[in-house]
Ligand binder design. Structure first.
Ligand SMILES: C[S@@+](CC[C@H](N)C(=O)[O-])C[C@H]1O[C@@H](n2cnc3c(N)ncnc32)[C@H](O)[C@@H]1O
Length: 443
């Protein structure tokens, strides 16, 4: 290849890459790299392609080589930061974006990307400042506006979040992620009608958008029988994971794990050989029971929540799975549990038969099934359960007991609790202990 051919081939490889023709682009990048092993632009493009193909270790190696060869090249640091973020190495991503903004403080991309890493690390106030800086530098930067909206939402500054997200949506009217964040912020800003219109707009663009369908039902008073869709749960908790504990305990005053532990202790002070924490989240309920359990397993749909739980080092086994599917899968192994725990998780289940039916089949003869619910107001008793505008289900205690009975379980004990706050107001809840209908545990 002559020098002119090299330049032409590089442009062509970049074009193939841009068109998503990854295999052809990679082949060309690889051949070019044989000729130009120290070309930083080539290393950056090839590294980004490897990142897009989820080959994280190779991407990181290539982009580290690029920044070592050209430490003042802020584009290479941006690419390395993006690869670190995709590989789940958020601290390294933050460090790389930090170098990028130091080298090129006038490039809004660095501030936006740094803001995203800070947000994913749960450092929401700092993320907000970083996004604000990006938007000051480029007021028509839709990604930074959308991210700024998400950070404002997380800080419960809903009206400001709406304003940012409306600007982002005006620039990217087909972007269902932006529209979904906007609709959610509108709902929390008290603009129900506008939120409904936006959720409908999303469904017009993508009729299979399960989270929008769920929230539309929640805001229009429809209650499906089925559990909240997986996509919805994953979207909510993957975004929430990093700040979950600080927020739910510090701001919302969450009580379910300790209330469940107290309830278990009033029934019988005992140890459990094998327990599973259903919808374990970051592990708050697991922690409350760890000293009573020999083997503790956790199951959750959200990868980001599971990563936080793993970091606690209290679980013997963690699985990313739907709780009902997990219990059914345990049947094949004939596993039984002495304790099933579900703290603040039935709020994502509609009718409880599928869960109770799966639970009874996996509960040891004298096992306990402990869980909390948000309780339905007395005047809504007839419904049994209801999907609230929050997107969470509330259940009536009589419905819970009747459903347990239909599934071969019985209520051993239950207590009303103040579960957690919503916009500063306590939500009523219930902690409940079920055993097999035939079990001989005293209530
Ligand atoms: C409010 S958090 C509670 C987490 C934890 N139990 C606690 O007490 O801190 C609800 C958790 O349940 C998980 N979740 C909701 N529905 C689920 C399902 N069907 N299968 C598995 N996990 C689910 C969510 O991902 C989230 O981590």
């Amino acid at each position: 290849m002559s020098d002119a051919n090299l330049a032409e081939d590089f442009s062509y490889a970049v074009r193939l890459h841009g068109e998503g023709r990854y295999a052809e682009a990679e082949e060309l990048y690889r051949r070019l790299l044989d000729r130009l092993p120290d070309n930083v632009n080539l290393l950056v493009n090839y590294g980004l392609l490897l990142r897009e193909r989820q080959r994280h270790a190779e991407a990181l190696a290539m982009l580290r080589r690029a920044v070592n060869l050209s430490p003042a090249n802020h584009g290479a640091w941006l690419a390395l930061g993006a690869a670190c973020e995709s590989a789940g190495r958020l601290q390294d991503a933050l460090a790389a974006f930090g170098r990028a903004v130091t080298l090129a403080p006038h490039d809004p991309r660095g501030w936006n990307n740094q803001g995203k890493a800070l947000y994913l690390l749960g450092r929401t106030e700092e993320a907000l400042a970083s996004f604000q800086r990006a938007v000051r530098l480029r007021p028509d930067y839709p990604l930074a506006l959308a991210n700024l909206g998400v950070a404002l939402h997380a800080l419960e500054r809903f009206a400001e979040a709406v304003a940012c997200l409306e600007r982002a949506a005006a620039m990217q009217p087909q972007d269902t992620d932006v529209l979904y964040n906007l609709a959610s912020a509108l709902a929390l800003a008290g603009r129900r009608e506008d939120a409904v219109a936006r959720f409908r707009q999303i469904l017009g663009l993508d009729a299979n958008h399960a989270p929008a369908r769920h929230m539309l039902a929640a805001l229009t008073g429809a209650t499906p029988d089925t559990a909240a869709p997986r996509d919805y749960v994953q979207t909510v908790f993957d975004q929430y994971a990093a700040r979950f504990e600080a927020h739910i305990t510090g701001v919302l005053g969450y009580t379910a794990p300790t209330a469940l532990r107290r309830l278990a202790d009033t029934i019988a002070r005992r140890r459990f050989a094998r327990a599973v924490d259903l919808g374990c989240g970051t592990g708050l309920a697991g922690l409350a029971f760890r000293d009573t359990v020999e083997q503790l397993w956790g199951v959750d749909l959200s990868a980001a929540m599971l990563a936080e739980a793993r970091a606690k080092g209290i679980y013997d086994r963690l699985e990313q799975e739907d709780i009902v599917a997990f219990l059914h899968a345990c049947r094949q192994e004939a596993w039984r549990f002495d304790l099933l725990l579900a703290a603040d998780v039935l709020i994502y289940q509609g009718g409880l038969e599928p869960l109770f039916g799966a639970a009874v089949a996996r509960l040891a003869p004298d096992g306990l099934f402990l869980f909390s619910v948000e309780t339905l107001d007395r005047h809504d008793k007839g419904a049994g359960f209801m999907l609230r505008p929050s997107g969470r289900f509330a259940h009536h205690p009589d419905y819970v007991a009747a459903c347990a009975c239909r599934c071969g379980l019985r209520v051993l004990a239950r207590r009303p609790i103040r579960l957690r706050k919503e916009q500063g107001v306590w939500l009523d809840g219930l902690v409940c202990a079920l055993g097999r209908a035939s079990a001989a545990i005293a209530a």
